[in-house]
Design a protein around this ligand. Structure first.
Ligand SMILES: [Ca+2]
Ligand SMILES: [Ca+2]
Ligand SMILES: [Ca+2]
Length: 132
């Protein structure tokens, strides 16, 4: 019984440790992640784009070593809030906040569809971007 409890505690603690190591939230577009445009993100492509291995494994649900568009969308459906990159909590992403998380100024202008100088959650949702 004690061993089972111990394993349970270890299993619940491990993900927490993983999260605390990735201090600053990062973002990347599908276009950046899928460097060779074959609609799959291999582990090599993900690591090259700066995605931690732990994040890659979380998204690669079937564990086949690459992220399909379906797997990416499933992850996006649950992890698409802009809150982690919204540093000043005004419910929108400023250019500074976006650049800090890994977006270029050019990419920012594309997502800021109404040219307001901010990316809202709605604008974010239209882009093929993921956050971790
Ligand atoms: Ca690819
Ligand atoms: Ca997969
Ligand atoms: Ca903000």
């Amino acid at each position: 019984m004690k061993i089972i409890n111990y394993l349970f505690i270890a299993a619940t603690l491990l993900p927490t440790i993983g999260y605390s190591q990735t201090a600053a939230p990062k973002i990347a577009s599908l276009a950046t992640l899928d460097a060779n445009k074959d609609q799959k993100i291999t582990r090599e492509e993900a690591l090259k784009a700066g995605m931690p291995d732990a994040t890659f494994k979380r998204i690669d649900k079937d564990n086949n070593g690459s992220i399909s568009i379906a797997e990416l969308n499933a992850y996006k459906a649950q992890n698409n809030s802009i809150a982690p990159i919204d540093g000043d909590k005004d419910n929108k992403i400023s250019k500074a906040e976006a650049v800090k998380a890994g977006m270029t100024e050019q990419e920012f202008r594309i997502l800021d569809k109404d040219n307001s100088g901010f990316i809202t959650q709605q604008e974010w949702d239209t882009g093929n971007w993921i956050i971790w």
